[in-house]
Structure formats: structure tokens, C-alpha cells
Design a protein around this ligand. Sequence first.
Ligand code: AFD
Ligand code: MN
Ligand code: MN
Length: 424
Amino acid sequence: MLDANELKSFNDEHSKEHQRNWDHLGERLLNRGHDTEGLIEQICAFQVAIPSWALGTGGTRFGRFPSGGEPSNLRDKIKDVGILHALNKSSGAISLHIPWDIPEDYDSIRELAFGLDIKFDAVNSNTFQDQPNSVHSYKFGSLSHVDTAVRKEAIKHNKEVIDHGVQLGSKALTVWLADGSSFPGQHNFRDAFQRTLESLEEIYDHLPADWKLLVEYKPYEPNFYSMVIPDWGTSHLLASKLGDKATSLVDLGHHLPNTNIEQIVALLMHLNKLGGFHFNDSKYGDDDLTVGSIKPYQLFLIFCELVQGMEDTDNPELSWMIDASHNLKDPMEDLLQSVESIKIAYARALLVDYDSLKIAQASNDIAQSQRILQEAFRTDVRPLVMESIYRKGGALDSLTAYRAFDIRNQLIAARGIDSKSTGL
Ligand code: AFD
Ligand code: MN
Ligand code: MN
């Protein structure tokens, strides 16, 4: 779907303008003392995994309006990520959700992915839905359920997810629990927590030596009174009790409004306990909107903490992933925009003069501290990000290229207008 010659002529058409922009920015950055080649290398290396469930149109509980040509099986999902990655050279990983993405044949799935330069990121378990032939129901919880048999079923599922991941070369299991209560009195908080910990211990014991367990948290939804893992404190508590392989996962949409997420990121990294990241954006809750579309300054501040934490803590390597749901836009376009926003925020955070910031902080020079951050944030780094993608062979402006190559219509022609993705 993406012919190399076509991509080349697309880039040729756009290269003059890009070169002008990049010359201008490159010179400014050099004058400010930045190592532009080093920056390009860091930005090139930054890869963000695409979740298999974000390739189809998402829905709200009121309806779903698919855009056609959605990937209805794992092979097609990998191919879609291949298209994104060919365009932006930044999406070289896919995150699978089991049982939606159980591979029929590991070898051929691995071969397909590696041929497209795609790795397998964290695998995700699903104990928030009942599957067609399941004996037990997760209606009242999974790892925290009052009934041992249900907990056993959920534990077994998580172990199976790990086994699938091992076959594909994944290195992490992400657990997000829908468990909780919707009415006061429904749950005994302490017992629910204890049962969850014990269930997670069994799953933890099944992890291969080089694997991580990522514990995600969320304050509400689908339960509206209490969630068993509502916040980073609970996630961190569980991860600490479980052991070194367990860490917390921050999903940007899983906080109550106005939470200072950058501070959470800083502290988790300080404790070497931040394991992964789910990017999206939101105005009110778990809105799952395009990254950077609502609160780009917050995203930048989060990246400032990430960049500093990666530099001066022993926090383990992070799993970067987008976790979004695209109800209105073409999911592929949305993902291209999300990845671009992430790279822009990262590039801006790399421009911050952290040494000067520390000096300003030490003398309580607040105005100067703010100026240092905003100097970086207000720099238009798009030519820098584009240059890094261009050098790796990607498209100069991935969204324009996606439209120029008419990829959605090609997908519709190949798969049909009614082809629906599995997932939410
Ligand atoms: C949830 C969480 C979690 C989960 C996903 C399911 O963000 O990452 O795996 O949606 O699709 O809201
Ligand atoms: Mn998530
Ligand atoms: Mn979510």
C-alpha cells in the first residue's frame, strides 16, 4: 500500500520547504549550544507502541460509527501498524490484547511483524468482559472476586497471556482491572485489596526472569463508587509488595481532573517504579482523545520529568504506548497525530536547560525557572522531529502522506466497508 517510489516522490515534493525550515531551526539550536545530531538520534530512537485495539473505530456506550476497512484479525492489525511505521518510523511496536488477538500461528505472526520492523510490546489481559464460552463471570470482579473459582479463572487467563507473549518476544504483562464497586457497602475494601494482591502474586510467579508486570490504575469506570486499584498509590503499593519485576503504569486518562501527573511521574521514577506509559488526552476523564489535542503543556511537563528521570534515576526502561479510542476520526490518522504529538513533546523536553533550571530552583528564582521551561515549550520543534523521521526514511508529514496515498480507501477496497475490528 505504500510504494517506496511513491514515498520518495512525495518526499521530493516536500523536501525544499522542509530543508528551509530545518536549516533555520538547526542554526538556532546550534547557536543555543544544542548538539543537533545528538537530538536527532534520540528522537529517531524513540518508538511508541500502537495498541491493537486502537486501529478500529472506538465507540461510546451510545453508538459506534466505523469508518470501513478496519483490521478484523491480528495479521491485518500488524499490517496497519506497518503502514503507520513506514510513514512515521516511530511506531515500531504493537501491543496485543488477549483474547482479542490470540495468534493462530506464532511463527508466521512473528515473521510478518519482523518483516515490517515491528516488535511486540507489553501484552494485555482482559478480565473486564466475559468471553463466549466462559464458565465464570467477571460481572462482580476478577482478581478481587469473592469466589475463589472466579479468581482462579482470572489468574489462569493472565498466565496464558504471558505464555502468548513469550512466544512472540514480548517482555511485559499489563494488568488493568475493572474490579471495584458501584455502591457503598458492596465491597469490603481491605479484603478486596488483599485478594487482588494474592492473585497478582500468583501471576507474578509465572513471569519469566526478564519480564515486567505493569500495574495500571484508574479512579472510576466501569465501577463508579470504588475501584480496587484507583490511584498510583495503590498501584505502587501492590508493585512494591510484589517485587522488583512489578512496576506502575501511568495512563494519562486515568486521573481525576487537574491531578498533577508530572509529579506522579517524577516520584515513581525516583522510586525506580515507573514501568510504562499509556498516552492519550482528556478534558474530563478517560476520554481517550488524541495525544496533545487538549493539554499539550501538561504533556510537555510530563516529558520534562521523563527526560530527567531517564537521565538521573535507575528507573527501568519504559514501555511507551498510545491508549486511545477514536470515535470520530479515522483511527490511523488519529494515531499518526498522536505519535507526532508525543515526539514533539519529547523533543521540546530535550531542549530544556536542566542545569540552569537547577540553579534557578536553588535560588528560588521562580520567574527564571518558568522562563527556562517555556523557552523550550515555545520552540517550534516540528522541523527537528520531521528531520529525524526523514533521515530514517519516513514521510515528510505522515498525515499528508497518508491522505495523498489514499490509504483508507485502499483498506476499504481490500477489506470491505463492513470489516470490523475486534476490541472495544
Ligand atoms: C482501559 C485501560 C486499559 C485497558 C483498555 C482496554 O486504559 O489500558 O487495557 O482500556 O481496552 O481503559
Ligand atoms: Mn490504559
Ligand atoms: Mn483507559
